[in-house]
Design a binder for this molecule. Structure first.
Ligand code: 4NP
Length: 153
């Protein structure tokens, strides 16, 4: 299963989501089942490393984001992926506008019990936003994996 995590810049949220889900899959012996990557809908940060605050929160939990390089998803790349995991509803709309099939787009928080659907963008805030994003992503990683396994492709 080819799964792409998508946010706006591909420097804060989706790189963290990718590495956390990869870690969760590895812990469950599922590494071979998934090809995981992340991308942004915007082009501002193509080729840049992850935001230093995302690198720091990953490191705090023994995950290495230091080699991440930001990429952009465009219309031409849509066919390369089976599933898109959008960090918020605006990322989801951007993917729809690129022609991604609605039934292949999930929201990172859609399986949570509460009403919130978006992983808030921590880019303009302080370090606590990155800590919150980390825990939000960690809480939902297993739920996303469970759903994908049930779909089979
Ligand atoms: P991300 O955060 O979408 O979680 O990577 C952002 C990073 C950069 C910008 C916006 C959001 N930006 O406007 O440059």
């Amino acid at each position: 299963m080819r799964v792409l995590f998508v946010c706006l810049g591909n420097i804060c949220r989706s790189p963290l989501a990718e590495i956390i889900v990869r870690d969760e899959a590895a812990q469950r012996g599922l590494t071979e089942r998934f090809t995981l990557a992340s991308a942004g809908t915007g082009d501002w940060h193509i080729g840049h490393g992850a935001d230093h605050r995302s690198v720091a929160i990953a490191r705090k939990y023994a995950l290495d984001l230091s080699r991440h390089r930001a990429r952009q998803i465009t219309r031409d790349g849509i066919a390369d992926w089976d599933w898109f995991i959008a960090m918020d509803r605006s990322n989801r709309q951007d993917l729809l506008d690129m022609g991604a099939p609605a039934e292949r787009i999930l929201l990172m928080r859609q399986f949570e019990s509460g009403q919130e659907l978006d992983v808030p963008d921590p880019y303009y805030g302080g370090p606590e936003g990155f800590d919150q994003a980390y825990h939000m992503l960690r809480d939902n990683a297993g739920r996303i994996i469970d759903f994908l396994l049930r779909q089979g492709r």
